[in-house]
Write a new protein. Structure first.
Length: 131
């Protein structure tokens, strides 16, 4: 018999709550079988959870993650899945590059404001000391 996993085992392994895994189940991202009230996860579900965690870490939405991993079921060659993944990577990278530029501009602006405020404070302190 193939190895199976309980929800607590997977929650511990991936550092999430059992509620999170049930949420992914509700979204159709994993599909455990039921043995009475108990959820039994197959190795396929474990792999899907691993891909979900990686996708979330990279900033992909659950919809995008689901779209990517669902392609594996429809195209065993993985060609469509890899093409879509490359497209999503390029999109995510472009967003992060824009954010990186925005952050650099904001940090520069903060540095300028800090210098201006420091200079103004020094002048005010000198004026107060001389008064």
């Amino acid at each position: 018999m193939a190895e199976t996993y309980g929800i607590r085992d997977l929650a511990r392994e991936f550092g999430v709550t059992t509620r999170t895994i049930r949420f992914y189940e509700d979204k159709g991202l994993v599909a455990p079988v039921r043995q009475g009230q108990r959820r039994v996860y197959a190795p396929r579900d474990r792999v899907r959870l691993k891909l979900i965690m990686r996708g979330k870490r990279l900033g992909f939405s659950l919809g995008e993650i689901g779209e990517i991993i669902d392609l594996y079921d429809t195209d065993p060659t993985q060609v469509a899945q890899l093409r879509l993944f490359l497209e999503k990577i390029a999109e995510r990278r472009a967003v992060l590059a824009r954010q990186q530029k925005d952050i650099a501009a904001i940090v520069g602006e903060l540095d300028t404001l800090k210098a201006q405020c420091s200079q103004l404070l020094r002048r005010k302190e000198r004026a107060a000391a001389g008064a």
